[in-house]
Design a protein around this ligand. Structure first.
Ligand code: AMP
Length: 421
């Protein structure tokens, strides 16, 4: 049996953790400003939630879900996205009973059985937001603004915001009818997936990446040109608010995004620096009917999901640096004898209680190799604890970068803490 991680998954450590922490802390900063609260939902749910929520005609439900029976034969699925779970959670816990709008964010791993390649894996991470209880175009603009600010704060430039409206229950049925009329005589030119989509969920044909299908779609009627008056007005307002926020966008009338639950505004952030199908960093939209479909109250909603993995790939490519979270100095401690471990614990406690990064050298009892190691690990100081220090209740601190040395009396603990500022 091979002991590698399953295909399409990876271990996250080292540099990668620094990027993740940085992105998540930036995201949390901005969520605070926009007044969002965190929600954590299970990594698996009853399969029916996704079948009904995402839609049985979607690629995710048809081909990409990790579905299994538990020991009692119940069908469970590893979550392929976050929205359906959050909707389930707010209904189950009646989170909508308090003040609306309810503004939530989540951070979680998602699972889709896709063909792995750069920027596409079978387990990946998303940071998402969902807002419930308001159907006003200003909220769509605010959510897009949040997403836009997030990427701006990270230092991204070359991004494009794609925008579309896919209508509502009023205008979509008649549009679907004319779309099907256009497709019907061309059915035999469609791929077998799209022929299936035609019956189950025709809008999903727009998700197809195959050249033949894309060619047929070029001349197909677009939902954006067939909106009802209310949807036209709504979309106009969203654009007006984005204009006043000075957020650039491009209308992509062929964009439908791969979930059945969306209505009206949908959007995607793509990177112009990525020359592949994996150029979408984040996406989202309005979904005004999903809560009700799950037997909840009539709560319109809007949200998005950021792909953490793709955002990291892009940050690395653009050389966006991730600042250290702790600005305090750090110290590497070497004791000349194991007998001095207790003494070093006393000092380590003082440092760690004050949020100062420190670590103990367990192997070397010589200063030379300890300095080399501290240098390699990028510490600011080497702290030496030997006979004299223990006798005098002190420590010796060597500034690795400045080649300076200090003798610090531990009766005056503040002096040591000041040295770490
Ligand atoms: P979606 O949930 O499909 O709207 O995707 C939102 C974002 O999640 C995308 O823009 C990607 O950044 C990311 N994403 C989706 N699928 C994958 C995947 N298989 N591997 C890595 N990232 C993904």
């Amino acid at each position: 049996m091979s002991l590698s991680s399953p295909r399409g998954t990876s271990d996250i450590f080292g540099e990668e953790i620094k990027y993740r922490d940085f992105i998540i802390s930036k995201a949390k900063d901005i969520f605070k400003v926009f007044n969002f609260k965190e929600i954590i939902t299970p990594a698996f749910e009853y399969t029916e939630l996704f079948d009904r929520g995402i839609g049985e005609g979607t690629d995710i439900v048809q081909k990409e879900m990790y579905t299994f029976a538990d020991k009692k034969g119940r069908s469970l699925t590893l979550r392929p996205e976050g929205t359906a779970s959050v909707v389930r959670a707010i209904i189950e816990n009646k989170l909508y009973a308090k003040d609306l709008p309810l503004k939530l964010f989540y951070i979680g791993n998602m699972f889709r059985y896709e063909r792995p390649q750069k920027g596409r894996s079978r387990e990946f991470w998303q940071v998402g937001v969902e807002v419930f209880g308001q159907s006003q175009p200003i909220l769509d603009a605010e959510v897009i603004w949040l997403l836009n600010s997030f990427y701006k704060n990270l230092g991204f430039k070359n991004l494009k915001l794609l925008l579309n409206s896919i209508g509502c229950v009023e205008c979509r049925p008649s549009y679907i009818k004319s779309f099907k009329e256009y497709i019907k005589p061309r059915m035999d030119m469609l791929c077998s997936d799209c022929r299936f989509r035609f019956d189950k969920s025709p809008l999903r044909i727009f998700d197809c990446k195959k050249d033949g299908c894309r060619k047929i779609l070029e001349k197909a009627p677009k939902i954006n040109d067939n909106l009802c008056d209310n949807c036209v007005r709504y979309f106009k307002s969203v654009k007006k608010y984005l204009d006043s926020l000075e957020i650039d966008y491009e209308i992509d009338s062929g964009m439908v995004r791969g979930f059945d639950y969306y209505s009206r505004t949908i959007f995607e952030i793509i990177s112009l620096d990525i020359d592949s199908a994996q150029n979408a960093l984040a996406g989202g939209g309005r979904y005004d009917y999903l809560v009700k479909e799950f037997s909840g109250p009539d709560l319109p909603a809007v949200g998005f999901a950021i792909g953490l993995d793709r955002t990291i790939i892009q940050m690395k490519k653009l050389n966006i640096s991730v600042a250290e979270t702790s600005k305090k100095k750090s110290t590497y401690i070497v004791t000349m004898k194991k007998d001095y471990y207790e003494y070093s614990l006393m000092v380590m406690r003082l440092l760690r209680d004050n949020n100062i990064i420190c670590d103990l050298e367990y192997e070397n009892k010589n200063i030379g190799p300890a300095i080399k190691k501290a240098e390699k690990l990028n510490y600011d100081y080497l702290m030496i604890i030997g006979d004299d220090e223990v006798k005098n209740n002190s420590i010796t601190l060597k500034d690795i970068k400045k080649y300076k040395q200090y003798e610090i009396d531990l009766d005056n603990k503040n002096r040591l803490l000041e040295m770490m500022e």
